[in-house]
Design a protein around this ligand. Structure first.
Ligand SMILES: Cc1ncc(COP(=O)(O)O)c(C=O)c1O
Length: 339
């Protein structure tokens, strides 16, 4: 059966496959000095604005870690939600490679606000404390919620007033933009984000993420940081060609639209079964409390993760290729286990 474990459990969109095959022609210069990469960089400038600098890497963890490294010194700290991927699922890589301390902040819905951040901005200029330098948010969040454009703008203004930078983990940025019905320019450039980790893999690409510097000062010397961080792809054309297919065909919008819509359907269907959905379903994931007894059998048929063992909360993620039939098959099996 189709699984709802993660959007990286799905395969690669055929247009992306085709782009990889088409890029497999002859010799081109390595390390990003090729026509595919030049075109991909232009595509990002069209979407975000002419002033952005873009660097491609292989993984979402690398884009977060290296983006954060460009924004911090080892004596500084990075504030994030306690559910942030950089805090929970990157094996300490952000702390190891930046040397900076992560400060996790509890939130009700995965979203930071100025009021939640304020109590953590202390010890400024006090040599014994790590100095807050970056606020990192995730859009869409690890709980399937989405910051509005106004909420990001408010955070960005606040963060900058405090002399900090704003980083966005956009592993699922396309899902957020589609959910809000806005452009990347509205959501990221015009709100004043400094650095964005732009995801591709979870939304139909084979591999490849982009670090988008909206604040160009931060990208100075970043080429060296990426190389030291072991993310300078020699055959970069195969990442860039994927991004060209992804951005030029509106694939980011089509794929995210499908996964968001299927998450809404799944959320609605499980609610009909009397299941409690714990967070608003605003992007492509659904969180719900299941009776503990039904979880193992359902997982056997269609694997998914338990998010919180103590409350029996599970997470289901829809992908670009999840369809209505997959949702109805799954909820049908759930119904049979519940009865
Ligand atoms: C919000 C978020 N950020 C970053 C990542 C990291 O991606 P990768 O597994 O490619 O390192 C993930 C992957 O699950 C994620 O969900």
């Amino acid at each position: 059966m189709h699984t709802f474990a993660s959007d990286n459990n799905s395969g690669v969109h055929p247009l992306i496959m085709e782009a990889i095959i088409k890029a497999n022609q002859g010799h081109v210069k390595g390390y990003g000095e090729d026509i595919y990469t030049a075109r991909a960089q232009e595509n990002f400038k069209l979407l975000f604005g002419a002033g952005v600098e873009v660097f491609f890497v292989f993984t979402g963890t690398a884009s977060n870690v290296l983006g954060l490294k460009a924004m911090t010194q080892p004596y500084q700290s990075i504030l994030c939600a306690d559910t942030a991927h950089i805090q929970t699922d990157e094996c300490g890589a952000p702390e190891r490679f930046t040397g900076s301390k992560l400060i996790p902040i509890p939130t009700p819905d995965g979203k930071l606000t100025p009021n939640l951040i304020k109590p953590h901005l202390h010890g400024i200029n006090f040599v014994h404390h790590s100095q807050p330098k970056v606020v990192s948010i995730t859009q869409s969040t690890e709980l399937g919620t989405v910051y509005t454009v106004d909420q990001i703008k408010e955070l960005s203004d606040f963060v900058h007033q405090q002399g900090l930078f704003l980083h966005v983990d956009g592993a699922r940025i396309a899902n957020a933009a589609v959910s809000l019905g806005c452009s990347f320019r509205n959501l990221i450039t015009e709100t004043g984000v400094d650095v964005l980790s732009f995801g591709g893999t979870k939304n139909g690409m084979m591999f490849g993420e982009a670090i988008v510097f909206l604040n160009p000062v931060l990208s100075e010397n970043f080429g060296y940081t990426r190389k030291q961080g072991m993310q300078l792809a020699s055959k970069m054309r195969f990442i860039s060609a994927q991004f060209n297919a992804y951005l030029e065909n509106d694939l980011w919008r089509i794929n995210a639209g499908q996964s968001n819509q299927m998450a809404k359907l799944l959320s609605g269907e499980v609610k009909k079964l009397g299941i409690q959905v714990t967070h608003e379903t605003e992007a492509n994931s659904v969180y719900a409390i299941l009776p503990q007894a039904v979880i193992p059998a359902l997982q056997q048929e269609s694997f998914f993760y338990v998010w919180d063992e103590s409350t029996s909360e599970v997470r289901w993620v829809c992908s670009w290729n999840t369809c209505e039939e997959d949702v109805y098959n799954f909820t049908g099996r759930l119904r049979s286990y519940l009865s």
